[in-house]
Design a protein around this ligand. Structure first.
Ligand SMILES: NC(=O)c1ccc[n+]([C@@H]2O[C@H](COP(=O)([O-])OP(=O)(O)OC[C@H]3O[C@@H](n4cnc5c(N)ncnc54)[C@H](OP(=O)(O)O)[C@@H]3O)[C@@H](O)[C@H]2O)c1
Length: 338
């Protein structure tokens, strides 16, 4: 079972780097231990995955690094065949090199293939904290502070510690403020993307600027932490039109969500600890594609179903989580937007 890694279709990033059209997530939510996640990574390498989405704040890089190291020592993969992504957490924006070196040490990977600024704010909250908790030191987005963090990653590229730069959880108004300021252009942006949350405008903006969208929570994250679930959230995989397409193909709706994602042009990074699931997820990249009609039908399922609202990053004086997403076209409370 699994896919020959060489058969997984590839995407070419804006600097010519080739990457697989699907990666694997490693956020264990509150529900899966670091050991369960790293066991899944070990199985996923055998199943043909080569791209992995890690993060310092997921608290499992050490265990995942052991898996990478073992896979390389056992001759299953070479380091150059893996595409290891990780992210600097909010409390390390002023100490990016220290954070990158720690991730490199934990992941035992010598260098990071793609390093993201996880959130565009330096606003720290303790892992697993309640959604109502607020840090009084939190601040709104600042162009100067964001660019300072970005410049630190650019210097890590110069030093060979990082190969490619990524941004995450951005908005068009924020991107507009920084897009002309990069010395080394970001190759990718991670953003929440699933059938009922398609972010078409941001998606189109990224494509127009040759920044590859990487879609997180591609299945609508059914196992996301309890604290992140509100009554209004829609379960993407349960939407009747969506289930009908899956039934017609005789597969789980997850497989349809992933085919849709790849055919639309984003790189999905689904997570699962179950071998059957993560294997069939990758297999979806090499089996029968969706028809134009099915793609068009899924395009109509947009429901503005944002699941990661980000309340814990709010600063004193902010009204609610909508302030994080610049929905009225300007950056809320930004001290230095031009
Ligand atoms: N940049 C960011 O700020 C950010 C934010 C969030 C997430 N991420 C990244 O995105 C990754 C993916 O997001 P996610 O893990 O929250 O959600 P997800 O991939 O949308 O959903 C994962 C869940 O879907 C189920 N599933 C997976 N494959 C399946 C299949 N073939 N059939 C049926 N069910 C299946 C599994 O649940 P069961 O165990 O119930 O089967 C699994 O726990 C994360 O791991 C992380 O790496 C990044």
């Amino acid at each position: 079972m699994g896919v020959d890694a060489n058969k997984v279709p590839q995407i070419i990033l804006n600097n010519g780097q080739k990457v697989p059209c699907m990666g694997m997530g490693t956020f264990g939510s509150d529900r899966f231990t670091a050991e369960q996640v790293s066991n899944a990574v070990a199985g996923a390498i055998r199943a043909g995955y080569r791209m992995f989405d890690c993060a310092a704040c997921y608290g499992n890089e050490d265990q995942i690094g052991k898996v990478f190291d073992d896979a390389i020592k056992e001759g299953i993969v070479e380091r150059k065949d893996l595409f290891i992504m990780t992210k600097v957490w909010n409390d390390m924006h002023r100490r990016v090199e220290e954070s990158a070196k720690k991730s490199i040490e934990d992941l035992k990977c010598d260098y990071i293939d793609l390093y993201f600024i996880h959130w565009p704010f330096p606003n720290y909250h303790a892992p697993g904290c309640d959604v109502d908790s607020r840090n009084p030191d939190s601040k709104p987005f600042s162009v100067a502070e964001f660019m300072d963090t970005y410049r630190q990653i650019e210097s890590l590229v110069d030093k060979g510690l990082v190969k490619n730069i990524g941004i995450s959880n951005m908005t068009i108004p924020k991107l507009e403020q920084v897009i002309d300021k990069f010395r080394i252009k970001p190759v990718a942006c991670e953003l929440e993307l699933h059938p009922c949350f398609q972010q078409q405008e941001l998606f189109d903006y990224l494509r127009a600027h040759d920044i590859q969208p990487i879609g997180f929570m591609p299945l609508g994250s059914p196992q996301r932490p309890e604290r992140d679930i509100v009554a209004e959230d829609i379960a993407d995989m349960q939407v009747p039109e969506f289930k009908a397409i899956a039934e017609a193909h005789g597969v789980h709706p997850a497989i349809i969500a992933l085919k849709w994602a790849v055919q639309r042009g984003q790189i999905p990074i689904p997570f699962s600890i179950h071998e059957m699931e993560y294997t069939s997820n990758l297999e979806s990249t090499v089996t029968e594609p969706l028809t134009d009609e099915e793609m068009a039908k899924i395009a109509t399922l947009e429901k503005n179903n944002r699941l990661v609202k980000g309340q814990v990053f709010l600063w004193p004086g902010a009204s609610d989580w909508h302030d994080l997403w610049d929905e009225n076209g300007t950056i809320t409370d930004c001290p230095d937007a031009e």
